[in-house]
Design a protein around this ligand. Structure first.
Ligand SMILES: Nc1ncnc2c1ncn2[C@@H]1O[C@H](COP(=O)(O)OP(=O)(O)OP(=O)(O)O)[C@@H](O)[C@H]1O
Length: 278
C-alpha cells in the first residue's frame, strides 16, 4: 500500500489492511430496561471466519442482527470496512435460525428472488446458473418446484443455506445454520461453506460470522471463537484463536493436541465458568 493511500482516508476506507472488515465498538443493546448486550467490542479482519458461542439468551442472535443492519445498537457502532452499518445491504446475507423463507414462492424462486434483490450485477442466465448450482449443492434440486411448506425442517434450512450461498455476499452471517441437519449433511455443507469462503478474489465470501452451539463445528471451521458471557448484560468473555493449519482434516483434527486443548478449554468455560445451572 502506498503512503498516499494510507494518508487519504477515502482511499484507505476499502483498501487498507488496517481497516477491519467489521468493527464492533462499545455496543450496547437494550430492550427497555432489559440490557441484552453490554459493551461488546470486536474487530473482525478481512478473510476471517469467526464463530460466536455461548449459552441460550446471551445475545448471539442480537449481535448478528446488529451486523446485518436489521437491528441497531442502543449505544456504540458497528462498521463494515470503516462505514457505519445503517441497514441491510447486498454485501451481507444472513441465514436465520427460523429459515425465513417466503412461503408463497417455490424453493427455486426463494433462491432466484434473493439473487434478483442482492445481485443486481447478474443477468437472468447467471441467476439461473447460480440457483442450479446452490440447489444441487444442498441436495434440493429435485425439490425445487415445491413450496417450503412441503419440506421438512432440515430441507427448509438447506433452502435458506442455498439462498445465502448463491448470493455469495462479502460477509455471510449464519445463525446456527446446520443445527437441524443430520451429521453427514452437516459435514458436507460445512465443507462447501469452507470452499466458498476460501475462494480468493474480489467476489465471493470474505468473512463468515457464525453462531453455533457446537464446539467441534466452531473449532473445525473458525479462525477465532468468541465466547459470550451469560445474559443479561452479556459481553465477550473470551476470544479464542484456533491455531490449526488449513485445510483441516476432520478425522486427523480430533487427535491434534491444539484441538484437544481448545475443546477442553471451551467445555470448561461453558460447563463450569459460565454454567447456567438450569
Ligand atoms: N425484541 C426483543 N425484545 C425484548 N427482549 C429481547 C428481544 N430480542 C431479544 N431479546 C432478549 O435478549 C436476550 C438475547 O437474545 P438472543 O436471541 O440474541 O440470544 P441468543 O444467544 O441468540 O439465544 P439462543 O442461543 O437461545 O438463540 C434474551 O434474553 C432475549 O430474551
Amino acid at each position: 500500500m502506498s503512503e498516499a493511500a494510507l494518508l487519504n482516508p477515502k482511499a484507505s476506507a476499502i483498501a487498507s489492511p488496517l481497516t477491519p472488515a467489521l468493527d464492533i465498538a462499545g455496543v450496547h443493546r437494550r430492550y427497555g430496561n432489559f440490557v441484552a448486550l453490554e459493551n461488546v467490542n470486536l474487530d473482525i479482519w478481512p478473510g476471517e471466519f469467526v464463530s460466536i458461542i455461548g449459552h441460550s439468551g446471551c445475545g448471539k442472535s442480537t449481535l448478528l442482527n446488529l451486523i446485518s443492519g436489521l437491528d441497531h445498537p442502543s449505544e456504540g457502532s458497528v462498521k463494515l470496512l470503516g462505514r457505519t452499518i445503517t441497514g441491510p445491504g447486498p454485501d451481507r446475507a444472513m441465514v436465520f435460525q427460523n429459515y425465513s423463507l417466503l412461503p408463497w414462492l417455490s424453493v427455486r424462486a426463494n433462491v432466484t428472488e434473493a439473487l434478483r434483490a442482492a445481485r443486481t450485477d447478474m443477468n437472468a442466465a447467471e441467476r439461473d446458473a447460480s440457483t442450479d448450482h446452490a440447489l444441487k449443492m444442498v441436495g434440493l434440486w429435485p425439490h425445487q418446484h415445491k413450496r417450503p411448506s412441503a419440506l421438512s425442517g432440515g430441507q427448509r434450512q438447506r433452502v435458506a443455506i442455498a439462498r445465502a450461498f448463491a448470493v455469495q455476499p462479502r460477509v455471510l452471517l449464519l445463525d446456527e445454520p446446520f443445527g437441524a441437519l443430520d451429521a453427514i449433511t452437516k459435514g458436507k455443507l460445512q465443507d462447501e461453506l469452507l470452499g466458498m469462503w476460501s475462494t480468493e478474489g474480489e467476489s465471493g465470501i470474505s468473512n463468515v460470522v457464525m453462531v453455533t452451539h457446537d464446539i467441534d463445528e466452531a473449532i473445525y471451521l473458525s479462525d477465532r471463537i468468541v465466547v459470550m458471557s451469560n445474559g443479561p448484560r452479556a459481553h465477550i468473555h473470551e476470544v479464542l484463536t484456533v491455531d490449526l493449519p488449513r485445510p483441516r482434516d476432520r478425522t486427523e483434527l480430533v487427535s491434534h493436541p491444539t484441538y484437544l486443548n481448545l475443546k477442553a478449554h471451551m467445555l470448561h468455560l461453558l460447563g463450569t465458568v459460565l454454567a447456567t445451572h438450569h
